[in-house]
Design a protein around this ligand. Structure first.
Ligand code: FES
Ligand SMILES: [Fe+2]
Length: 377
């Protein structure tokens, strides 16, 4: 798992009023809360006093309060109050927890898990800007938990050859050739395409089927849906823009958050430009979940569980270009020393707690906890 990237912690609408939300990412625990000024803050969950779980505490005047002895921490991670010392008590300078940069975009809470200064952090993706919240589009959103590794899950999202075999409702196993599509690199990601001839056997049902019939679209078997598929390392985002006909489109924007090495949560938003009435939302939501369940039935059973280290350790072919590009980019970032050393972390350890280092650690000493071990390159 990589530090120094933005990850989606949760949807904005999942954070309760007046109390924190506990979130697990990269095998670590975090606390997310509303600061009361419209903002959202995120800190490491471990209290520097006696290891209290901050997310199990409360929110007081925009600060997070530890449930054990009531120490309060601000959005910058600095302790503002130690109730046992009274009003005049001096707060030690080491009374601070790691606090992470937060941005709100597309209804999601994005947290930068690392210590890079602002100028060196990757930007958030902007590929969904033209659609999310735009007139003529309607969105539904949700999350899906995989018992699978984040790299396996993300590569699955970029894999065009599997749709014909795993997703009978929109693939076509009788015409499974993946037309060669160039991969175009973009900053922190890459874009490619996928075109196929729809299957005559699977009539579209639901809101999409109705929209297609009403629009007088060509019948099944004569349509050639075109998709643009891209990834962005921020949020481990995969976006698929499906142009089912020139008029009818849907976009699935999804972010893959590593919960642990073997668990991944996909935070997804689906936008559609047809059947905008809310009564179709539930059916669209179910459609997405069906697709993710079909993917889970594959990616939760891959061997090895983790993507192997060498690019030649599995056999790739021309239709794997986009997932291979993602695999290469992960390797490149791991080569910068951003990969958590899972083996070192698993060793017995009796020192201080270890946390994802936050940007304030650059140049500032006096931290109680240690940074997570990273793999030297
Ligand atoms: S453990 Fe958090 S205040 Fe004591
Ligand atoms: Fe899939």
């Amino acid at each position: 798992m990589l530090i120094n990237l933005w990850y989606v912690a949760c949807f904005e609408d999942e954070i309760p009023e007046g109390r924190p939300l506990g979130v697990r990412m990269l095998g670590q625990d975090f606390a997310v809360w509303r600061t009361g000024d419209g903002g959202v803050a995120c800190v490491s969950n471990i209290c520097v006093h006696r290891g209290g779980a901050l997310a199990r505490g409360g929110v007081r005047q925009g600060h997070i309060a530890c449930p054990y002895h009531g120490w309060e921490f601000g959005a910058d991670g600095r302790c503002r109050k130690i109730p046992s010392l009274g009003l005049e008590g001096r707060i030690p300078s080491r009374a601070r927890v790691d606090a992470y940069p937060v941005q709100l975009k597309y209804g999601m809470v994005w947290v930068f898990l690392g210590d890079l200064p602002e100028a060196e952090r990757p930007p958030l993706p902007d590929c969904f800007d033209a659609v999310h919240g735009a007139t003529g589009w309607r969105t539904v959103h949700g999350r899906f938990d995989y018992k699978a590794n984040w790299q396996r899950v993300t590569e699955n999202g970029l894999d065009t050859a599997h749709v014909h075999f795993v997703h009978p409702a929109f693939g076509n196993p009788d015409a499974a050739v993946v037309e060669d599509a160039p991969v175009r690199e973009i900053p922190w990601g890459a874009v490619s395409g996928h075109t196929f001839t729809s299957s005559e056997k699977t009539q579209k049902s639901g809101a999409l089927g109705e929209a297609l019939r009403e629009s007088g679209a060509a019948p099944q078997g004569r349509r050639k849906p075109q998709s643009e598929i891209q990834f962005h390392m921020s949020g481990l985002t995969v976006m698929i823009h499906q142009k089912i006909t020139p008029q009818i489109s849907q976009v699935i924007f999804s972010c893959k958050t590593p919960v642990s090495p073997t668990e991944t949560t996909t935070f997804w938003v689906q936008a559609r430009n047809y059947k905008l009435e809310p009564e179709h939302d539930e059916e669209r939501r179910r459609g997405i979940l069906t697709v993710y369940e079909q993917d889970a039935a594959i990616v939760e059973y891959l061997t090895p569980e983790f993507v192997p280290a060498g690019m030649a350790d599995e056999l790739s072919v021309a239709s794997d270009k986009l997932p291979v590009r993602f695999r290469a980019m992960v390797k490149e970032l791991a080569g910068r020393g951003w990969e958590i050393d899972a083996r070192a972390l698993a060793q017995p350890h009796d020192g201080p707690a270890r946390v994802v280092p936050c940007p304030a650690r650059r140049g500032e000493g006096g931290w109680v906890f240690d940074p997570l071990p990273l793999r030297a390159r």
